[in-house]
Design a protein around this ligand. Structure first.
Ligand SMILES: Cc1cc2nc3c(=O)[nH]c(=O)nc-3n(C[C@H](O)[C@H](O)[C@H](O)COP(=O)(O)O)c2cc1C
Length: 220
């Protein structure tokens, strides 16, 4: 067996240190990029949710600060929420006129779909907005208002005016259209909106009795 001479040994040690340094710097850069990207995505989701809240219940339908008047709702199976989350409350003269529930459809084509479901005090849908999804462009992404008006088909619907079995896409015998070549995404969203209405119905009293957590807003 040949002996490793001193200069060769030093060269191997230098290369090993160089490689180790390279690995540490690369891993650090990846970790940093991941952390920055994650924060940016979370920030974008928050912004999308804030503007969706005001689309669902416009300023002229409430006199409180919708963004900060909240009630805890998660975790909740009917909402698809595995952890803590808040719903936003709309008030007029102190009375709750509507609530915007967060919901997650766990069974989208490409993973969970996050939604906001606005419901008035009579249990009717005020509006639905998808705030985050990974569905396929041109197929499942029609649940986004930017791509199609499909989410408007929930407006005014309630557990009273749409019977239980009708909370499904037309292909499954229900009331809501699927998309051409894409049934899985709309099916998941219909289920999630129905779940939100069931949650509201079961927790109605507690939700509508939530004391105001903010002062009324004078001007909008
Ligand atoms: C590449 C690819 C992407 C797809 N993306 C979606 C999608 O985002 N949403 C969806 O509902 N279906 C999508 N589909 C179609 C589904 O696989 C399925 O055929 C369709 O939703 C009909 O479902 P059904 O047989 O349960 O009615 C995609 C199919 C392919 C091949």
């Amino acid at each position: 067996m040949a002996l490793i001479t001193a200069p060769i040994g030093q060269s191997i040690a230098r290369n090993a240190i160089g490689l180790a340094l390279f690995a540490v710097i690369t891993a650090g850069t990846i970790a940093l990029t991941h952390a920055i990207t994650k924060n940016r995505i979370a920030d974008q989701v928050r912004k999308a949710e804030a503007s969706a809240l005001l689309e669902i219940i416009p300023a002229d339908l409430h006199d409180n600060d919708l963004l900060s008047d909240t009630v805890d709702v998660g975790p909740a199976e009917d909402l698809g929420l595995k952890s803590a989350a808040v719903a936003h409350l709309a008030r007029e003269d102190g009375d709750i006129t509507g609530i915007i529930l967060p919901a997650v459809a766990p069974n989208g084509y490409s993973g969970p779909i996050r939604l906001l479901v606005g419901i008035n005090s009579r249990g009717e849908v005020l509006g639905v907005r998808v705030t985050q999804h990974k569905e396929t462009p041109g197929l499942g992404d029609k649940v986004e208002l930017k791509k199609s008006n499909w989410v408007y088909s929930f407006d005014g619907k309630s557990l009273k005016n749409v019977q239980d079995g009708q909370w499904a896409v037309a292909k499954d015998g229900g009331e809501f259209d699927q998309f051409t070549g894409a049934t899985i995404t709309p099916r998941a969203v219909v289920r999630a909106v129905h779940g939100a209405l069931v949650y509201f119905d079961e927790h109605r009293r507690k939700l509508l009795d939530t004391p105001a957590s903010t002062q009324p807003v004078e001007d909008h």
